[in-house]
Ligand binder design. Structure first.
Ligand code: ADP
Length: 175
């Protein structure tokens, strides 16, 4: 049974086994959560990302997939990098967004992680409407069999917090 919690604040401060990064497919850093994780985690994470780019992911990490590195200086064991889809009004990409959560949990399970922190993937630079992103995120986590006992959504802004809280309540969770 996975306990889903909502936590206000900065994901780089979370003492959890795995911190999930809303990366871009280059894996070489960006703004938003990605920038914050690399700034707080130090150069070791980027070094591991570069190694992934020159081996398994020479073409970049596709949207909806996930891969782990160490967590550098963060108070966590691993960073799980996943790439959300960019919002599109002409194409339904919700399966890809759901897949970010499912695949990140699959990677977390393979690592033996018991606690994981997620940001609201795709709701920043990738412009996903936050209420819909919250529904997809919470349904994906709720519907996934995982050994991760606590999934913590770490939400830096009020709009995302309200949207996640409302959806979590509808799903019968605590918040
Ligand atoms: P994406 O490119 O997937 O949209 P972003 O990093 O631009 O990713 O934004 C995803 C969400 O993360 C946004 O809601 C943004 O407000 C939030 N965010 C940005 N920095 C942090 C942080 N340090 N901790 C938690 N959430 C953050």
């Amino acid at each position: 049974m996975t306990n889903i919690t909502l936590v206000p604040g900065d994901i780089t401060r979370q003492a959890v086994d795995a911190v999930v990064n809303a990366a871009n497919s280059s894996l070489l850093g960006g703004g938003g959560v990605d920038g914050a994780i690399h700034r707080a985690g130090g150069p070791e994470i980027l070094r591991e990302c570069r190694a992934l780019r020159s081996s398994r992911y020479s073409e970049g990490l596709p949207a909806g997939q996930a891969v782990a590195t160490g967590a550098g200086l963060l108070p966590a064991h691993w960073v799980i990098h996943t790439v959300g889809p960019v919002w599109s009004c002409s194409e339904d990409r919700s399966e890809l967004l759901g897949s970010c959560y499912v695949e990140s949990l699959r990677v977390a399970d393979a690592l033996g992680a018991r606690t994981a922190a997620f940001p609201a993937i795709s709701t920043g630079a990738y412009r996903w409407p936050v209420a819909e992103a919250a529904r997809i995120a919470l349904r994906a986590v709720h519907g996934t069999e995982t050994g991760v006992a606590e999934v913590r959504f770490v939400l830096i802004d009020n709009t995302a917090r309200d949207a996640f809280a409302e959806t979590l309540q509808q799903l019968g969770g605590s918040g």
